[in-house]
Design a protein around this ligand. Sequence first.
Ligand code: PLP
Length: 483
Amino acid sequence: MAETRSSRPAADPAEWESYISDFRRAGHNTVDWIADYLANVRKMPVLASTKPGELFDALPAEAPKEGETFESILSDFDRLVMPAVAQWNHPRFFAYFACTGSTPAILGEMLAAALNTNGLHWKTSPAVAELEQRTLDWLRQWLGLPEKPEPWFGIVYDTASTSSMHAIVCAREMVAPEARTEGSRGDLVLYTSDQSHSSIEKGAIAVGVGQNNIRKVPSDENFRMETSALSELIERDKAAGKRPFCMVATIGTTSSTSVDPLPKIAAIAEKHGMWLHVDAAYAGAAAMLPEYKDILAGVERAHSLVFNAHKWLLTPIDLSAFFTRRPDILRRAFSLTPEYLKTQEDPRAHNLMDYGVPLGHRFRALKLWFVLRYFGRNRIEAMLRQHIRWAQDFAALVKADPERRFEVVAPAPFSVVCFRYRGIDEQNRAIMERVNQSGRVFISGTVLNSQQVIRLAIGNLGTTWSDVEEAWELLKRAADEIR
Ligand code: PLP
């Protein structure tokens, strides 16, 4: 039976005092809980073993009539919710793109929630607008986005999917501004590689481009967009009366982390007057390393770029940084101010609601500001290098398997290795299932060249080389078992 609280109105001074003191006590306990959780997460199973519907059924069908105590809520959180949580913060979470909800970001997130400040326009929260602009400019410098020929404007959205959708709207605004008032005529065509993330196609569908007007350009043997095929497709579409308007290149594709040839793609986009968007959601982080600077060569010719701090930059979901050299177009596409929100114009006062679909603007940048300051560039670079080195070492282990059971199937330029058991797809899936069932690691797969592939993605701050070695041992054991 849950403990209940008094139901006096909060404005009652005694009630208000107990409201604050309850929070103080439970807040301290919760921070202790978080510290213990982070200290011990590696001892937990990576994946939840809950069955579908189990948590839903265990939760009361109706919300409580009387308020409950924090103790009661936190106890149910531990007892009911935690077993159903997949531990993305686990050092042996090697699936998708591994990530980290780091401690400075947790504090930043907590403060943002406490302030509950909404930066829809500058006046409603100067701190949200200005700290975001400064933090994103720090990030821009670290990513090496050059200030010339035009400065980059940055804005924080929730996810890369949202960021890329905004890029597609900008592309339409630049090439076919009449679409804003008249709607799409169905002649605008978007180009991206067959390896690009599904969010590009989804974004294009959402803004009315239509799936038939999305060209998935074939990629080469290293999963990089074939620029000759791209040029041919564009010429064919133009001859058929279509209007190429948007080009999306990926730096670090989701399946194999391949890097599209940006300088060549930029030249083609320029030739045809298209908007060029760069999806560097995951691998953008590597551009901070001087030795990886080249992955963004040509970016000064792109119109926009997305990078997710919630992937390889120590920031808990969600924080997607969208940069554009054409904020004028972004603003033209999205500025629609109702009377009740009109404010005085000032060139230094950014009204963030003018730069995207959402009106409300969360203080997301605060957690990134905490991350960049707490770790500093050197510490972050050291982590990125370590992850890249371990991915290479892991690929070397796979290649050196004395029994030659596995093969590496794609270049591994960053912290992800794609490999497969030299057998049929079913066997590869069975190996992944066995390894994941152990609860010790979580790895995921993909399909490359029509074959089932296993992916190992390193990206968590707490990961050690022995964690990676353990994954390899489990993979070999599973291969023996399925044989
Ligand atoms: N772009 C790339 C290259 C990705 O790998 C992903 C997700 O993994 C996305 C975009 C979508 O990211 P989000 O979940 O932030 O929308």
